[in-house]
Ligand binder design. Structure first.
Ligand code: UDX
Length: 453
């Protein structure tokens, strides 16, 4: 099929590259000149396993191209995907200005009938607004064709987006039109040999499903985090409880890992937007508000624990931070728990040494002043990062941090104190190596006398 993908961001790029891989001709429209230039040179502008190879292949086969020119992008398109950002506005609602601007351009420029598919996460009713916007453009031009609009939310996880696209657990098609459904089913057929994974529903239900999925997953995390806080007070290890409940298939073992909070470009934004939608309807989103509040508290836990450990005297302490990305496998630090910790540590006058396999550049850009003053040091090597530290804090559970040589690290640190923000280490093993171990929702294990800074 002839496709156009509008927006070469995270979702757009993965969508374009995967459809091209299956033999479709895809033109991707991108208005950011720097990004466009990089893409045209065959460079992948984001860190996403497998994506660079797909982009190269699309370039070699000629099936994937990039342009900033609307006319060129739409010339042959049978299906147009909208994949632009819907960031949070100040009141928490999703900002639809980019989506609606695209709809306006489509109304003005579409050269022939086609199917428009919204992939951008947008509130219920957006498909109708897109259709109205395009419709008014077509009427102004007095063209004789109609354009159908469908919703097709994405469920890609950063770090495994290509894999998720290639082997989706479900594809949601939101359209009331049998023709549109059939066309999308054909397009997705190579990705879902098992047809039961394609779920057709109304556009509104599709739009809502995306928010429901993310809000539910965020709720699972905040739920376990809430119990973790209680465990900590009752001398119970949340890790044992997690295993105790996860084996019940009704509960499931995924997304019940206690930690220092969820971040990223989706959960926080989508929970906020859903709360806003509910409030607009005069409906009280009691659970969603609690999910959000618990997560905000969770992100402050590591700093509070450090503060308590040092008796409130943090100035001039050295703290090593392992992991800055909001989760492993990405360079994305949007709404990452690491940023809340860094901010508080820097404010408290702590000297921070941090490392991350992918996100150093993003953090360096955010904290340029602290980096240039020397208060924040960003290093690549976890061992160098731990040197001279009064405490080591694990924030993001990259594989590189899973089995380090803690015997060696103990000799590098000034004080062997470990704050495990993801509960990936064995407390008894660490205490036997001489560490003082703090987890999230786990009893503190080991001893360490705090000496002056
Ligand atoms: C999420 C959804 O999973 C995906 O379907 C949707 O399309 C986009 O939003 P993503 O933001 O890439 O994907 O990250 P995900 O792997 O879901 O993790 C989100 C956050 O939750 C991370 O900060 C992670 O550390 C945290 N998390 C996850 C926990 O704290 N505990 C868990 O048990 C699982």
């Amino acid at each position: 099929m002839e496709l156009c993908v509008i927006g070469a961001g995270y979702v757009g790029l993965v969508t374009a590259a995967c459809f091209a891989q299956m033999g479709n001709r895809v033109v991707c429209l991108e208005r950011d000149h720097v990004r466009l230039a990089r893409l045209r040179q065959g460079q992948c502008p984001i860190y996403e396993p497998g994506l660079a190879a797909l982009l190269q292949e699309g370039r070699r086969s000629g099936l994937l191209s990039f342009t900033e020119d609307w006319e060129q992008a739409l010339a042959r398109a049978e299906v147009v995907f909208i994949a632009v950002g819907t960031p949070s506005q100040e009141d928490g609602s999703a900002d639809l200005q980019h989506v609606l601007a695209v709809a306006e351009s489509l109304g003005r420029q579409l050269p022939r009938p086609c199917l428009v598919v919204n992939k951008s996460t947008s509130p219920v009713g957006t498909v109708e607004r897109i259709a109205a916007q395009i419709g008014s453009g077509l009427r102004e031009r007095a063209v004789a064709f109609a354009v159908e609009v469908a919703s097709n939310p994405e469920f890609l996880k950063e770090g495994s987006a290509v894999e998720d696209f290639m082997r989706p657990d479900r594809i949601i098609l939101g359209s009331d039109s049998p023709v549109a459904r059939e066309r999308l089913q054909r397009l997705y057929a190579p990705f879902v040999r098992n047809r039961e994974r394609v779920l057709c529903m109304s556009p509104r239900a599709a739009e809502f499903s995306k928010y429901a999925a993310n809000a539910f997953l965020a709720s699972k995390i905040s739920f376990i985090n809430e119990l973790a806080g209680l465990c900590a007070q009752l001398e119970v290890d949340i890790e044992q409880v997690r295993r105790g409940i996860g084996s019940d298939p009704r509960i499931g073992s995924d997304f019940i890992y206690a930690g220092c909070g969820y971040g990223g470009s989706c959960f926080p934004k989508d929970v906020r937007a859903l709360i806003h939608t509910a409030e607009q309807q005069g409906y009280q989103p009691t659970i969603l508000r609690a999910v959000q509040a618990r997560n905000a508290q969770q992100k402050t836990l590591l700093f509070k624990a450090l503060e308590q450990h040092f008796g409130g005297f943090l100035r001039e302490r050295r703290v090593a931070v392992w992991g800055l990305a909001f989760k492993p496998g990405t360079d994305d630090v949007r709404e990452a728990p690491s940023l809340v910790l860094l901010e508080a540590l820097l404010d408290a006058g702590v000297r921070v040494q941090a490392c991350d396999p992918a996100a150093l550049a993003s953090v360096a850009a955010l904290y340029a002043q602290a980096v240039s003053s020397g208060q924040l040091t960003l290093v690549e090597d976890p061992y160098t990062c731990a040197e001279g530290a009064d405490a080591l804090v694990l924030v993001t559970e990259w594989k590189q941090f899973r089995q380090p040589d803690f015997r060696h690290i103990r000799g590098l640190m000034r004080m062997p104190v470990l704050f495990d923000g993801r509960n990936i280490y064995d407390p008894s093993e660490l205490s036997s190596l001489g560490y003082l171990y703090h987890g999230i929702g786990r009893p503190v294990v080991g001893h360490c006398k705090v000496t002056a800074a």
